[in-house]
Write a protein that binds this ligand. Structure first.
Ligand SMILES: NC(=O)c1ccc[n+]([C@@H]2O[C@H](COP(=O)([O-])OP(=O)(O)OC[C@H]3O[C@@H](n4cnc5c(N)ncnc54)[C@H](OP(=O)(O)O)[C@@H]3O)[C@@H](O)[C@H]2O)c1
Length: 214
């Protein structure tokens, strides 16, 4: 079972996409009884299923957990479930965004949201992934320009292999950027994605790594 923390745009896109290819998913939300969410779940059920639960139940029952919470709530959300994440793969989809006079990263250069997530959930095997594309394209991105690249980063090779498998289920080719410290690179890449969205008004774009064969 896969646990998804956060019932926003990203949580729903990944939960429904993973359920559609046969995974059992439980969405961990602060309001599992919310009518709008219950209605969405009924419509989202594909080959697998999306259940609703509180975050601790979702994290405890899952073999792998995705965190897709608003950055300002991520520390609180992970603190509540951290013991249930020990030894588990934790996919960090968040971007550490804040608004000052403009939208910017709240951490960076010598730190990253991914590394902060690892500190909040020290027993988890954190993999940064899915943060460099809008939620509309997370499940089987179908851009005219061809298949984009999913950039992932993490310290645990087997955790990254698990994430690459899930990414393949969602139609992605993965590029391993190395250790979790590389989240310092992929989070600014998300800012570049957002900049293009804000400037063009479109959200149908993604990055692709082009290279000669080695
Ligand atoms: N939107 C995108 O296209 C996109 C793309 C890549 C990455 N991201 C990143 O993915 C994360 C989720 O984005 P989103 O667009 O899904 O955001 P969203 O629609 O605003 O949803 C965020 C969710 O966070 C959960 N949450 C848990 N604890 C919280 C707290 N204390 N305060 C506020 N929210 C809390 C809420 O779920 P419950 O109420 O169910 O608990 C809420 O639905 C963000 O970090 C974002 O930067 C977004």
């Amino acid at each position: 079972m896969i646990g998804v923390l956060g019932s926003g745009n990203v949580g729903r896109a990944l939960a429904s996409g993973l359920a559609a290819v046969g995974h059992r998913v439980t969405m961990g939300t602060r309001e599992p009884g919310r009518a709008e969410l219950v209605d969405w779940t009924a419509g989202a059920t594909g080959a697998g299923a999306v259940a609703l639960a509180d975050p601790i139940t979702a994290a405890t029952g899952a073999e792998l957990v995705l965190v897709a919470t608003a950055w300002e709530g991520t520390g609180e959300a992970l603190a509540a479930v951290a013991p249930a994440l020990d030894g588990k793969v934790l996919i960090d989809v968040t971007n550490p965004l804040r608004f000052t006079t403009r939208l910017e990263l709240a951490v960076g250069f010598t730190d990253s949201g991914g590394e902060q997530v690892q500190r909040w959930a020290p027993g988890a095997r954190v993999v940064k992934a899915f943060n460099t594309v809008g939620f509309e394209l997370m499940d089987h991105p179908d851009l005219d320009g061809g298949p984009p690249t999913l950039f992932i980063a993490g310290d645990d090779a087997s955790a990254k292999a698990d994430v690459a498998g899930l990414a393949a289920d969602l139609g992605w080719a993965v590029h391993d950027c190395g250790d979790l410290v590389a989240a310092r690179l992929t989070e600014p890449l998300a800012m570049l994605w957002i900049e293009h969205a804000l400037r063009t008004g479109s959200r149908r774009h993604a990055f692709r790594l082009l290279a000669d064969p080695q």
